[in-house]
Design a protein around this ligand. Structure first.
Ligand code: FAD
Length: 412
């Protein structure tokens, strides 16, 4: 079957859906086709490691937009259709081949292909009881396993591992997080937040193996029985969750010869190295806000939505909105962690409060990021300062008695 679209969006996640809905909000009435390889209607991922895994949210709570919404908006959603090949001409038009033989001719192309779970490159990774957590199918498998599991090993102390550990430990399961570095969240945070979270998790009964490398996942040939660490020690497990990060999905971008450096390289309007092909969300890397020449990938709902808005504006021929402040959240039992800004490249940090800390990150004396635990006012004040290009005096910020919003000043 051959069909035609004004705009073809590959990927039906947060970013792909937002491109399509923003185009409609901007009055673009061309035919839009959203093509995704997963069999499910477009859904949200954050609850997969939170309320959905917990069993307090079901499929209906994950829905990004209803089928009626898409129908009324004239957006065609094709699920279960992997785009296997794509060709683009100089004007950005071209054609895409889908699994099953469909082809879609398009005038403009947006890649919103997201990311895949990074596989753990050791023997035993395919044993029954070894799980990842990226998509709805993964979450369903893990949710079911958690009902019967007794000993869980989580490989990777990132946000997904911590959220899963917080949940598994509420059920009285024995949970161990194995982390190669000497703390959790080592890629994104300075010491204070990782130390605080590890301490809380320990109080919940979670154990940590830091500086530990998994060499093999062991089993009886069929079912998982544990993980073997470098040095030979074995941790018994009947469920292993691998949460060691995500790899941007760039296969189509590479086929098109686009510039790919870990993710698809895009500019502020989410243009790829082909000036008429756009890419948005977890599959991209963009210039770093305060480190010239560096590219970063931000895996968050906010980034997916804001990049999608920028791309849709550019596609509709409108000036893209000003780049917003990146933000992110994580729920771990009674803890809500909120993050604003990008802390990479910080040269100083200030900790505010001791029980549930706020950490403010600075570069050359100016605020660049903040992490807040159960302190939404701190988070909002920092986000507001960052949005206006302002700062918060580090000396005064350490005193939790002074509201941060009273300390916002122009940069010196
Ligand atoms: P995705 O949602 O990954 O969507 C991309 C889609 O494209 C996928 O369905 C993929 O299968 C499909 N695709 C890929 N290649 C093809 C192809 N060739 N043809 C067709 N389809 C294709 N962010 C937060 O801000 N806060 C949170 O608390 C939070 N929690 C999270 C918890 C979990 C368990 C996970 C996995 C992520 C979480 N995130 C969170 C991150 C956030 O969900 C992602 O940043 C966001 O979903 C990215 O959206 P996306 O559209 O770029 O990619």
């Amino acid at each position: 079957r051959a069909s035609r679209a004004g705009v073809l969006v590959v990927g039906t996640g947060e970013a792909g859906v937002r491109v399509a809905t923003t185009l409609r909000e901007l009055g673009d009435d061309r035919p839009i086709v959203l093509c995704g390889d997963e069999p499910h209607p477009p859904y949200q991922r954050p609850p997969l490691s939170k309320a959905f895994l917990d069993g307090t949210a079901g499929h209906a709570d994950l829905v990004l937009r209803t089928p009626e919404f898409f129908r009324d908006a004239g957006i065609e959603v094709r699920t279960g259709r992997r785009v296997t090949d794509v060709e683009v001409d100089g004007s950005g038009g071209g054609s895409a081949m889908c699994e099953g033989g469909d082809t879609v001719e398009f005038d403009q192309l947006v890649l919103a292909t997201g990311a895949r779970s990074r596989p753990l490159p050791v023997d035993g990774r395919d044993l029954d009881g070894v799980c990842a957590l990226r998509g709805l199918d993964d979450a369903e498998r893990l949710r079911e396993r958690l009902i019967t599991a007794r000993r869980v090993v989580i490989v990777g102390g990132g946000y997904i591992g911590l959220e899963a550990a917080a949940l598994a430990s509420t059920r009285g399961l024995a949970v161990t997080i194995v982390e190669r570095e000497d703390r959790v969240l080592s890629r994104v945070s300075a010491d204070p937040l990782p130390a605080f979270l590890a301490e809380r998790h320990r109080e919940w009964g979670v154990e940590f193996e830091f500086g530990a490398d998994v060499r093999e996942i062991v089993g009886d040939g069929q079912r998982v029985q544990g993980v073997r660490l470098a040095g030979g020690r074995e941790l018994p497990a009947d469920l292993v969750l691998v949460g060691i990060g995500a790899v941007p999905e760039t296969t189509l971008a590479e086929k098109l010869g686009l510039e790919v450096r870990r993710g698809i390289v895009v500019d502020a309007a989410c243009r790829t190295s082909h000036p008429r092909v756009w890419a948005v969300g977890d599959c991209t890397v963009q210039p770093h806000p305060h480190l010239p020449g560096e590219l970063i990938g931000v895996e968050s709902v906010q980034n997916a939505n804001d990049q999608a808005r920028a791309a849709a504006a550019a596609l509709a021929g409108i000036e893209p909105p000003r780049p917003p402040v990146p933000w992110f959240w994580s729920d771990q039992r009674d803890l809500k962690v909120q993050i604003a800004g990008i802390s990479d490249g910080y040269d100083q940090y200030v900790v505010r409060g001791t029980s549930e800390p706020t950490v403010l990150y600075y570069r050359d004396g100016a605020l660049i990021a903040a992490e807040a635990v159960n302190r939404p006012k701190d988070f909002l004040a920092a986000k507001r300062a960052l949005a206006k290009g302002q700062t918060i005096a580090p000396e005064a910020a350490a005193d939790p008695a002074t509201p941060l919003k009273e300390l916002i000043t122009d940069r010196g």
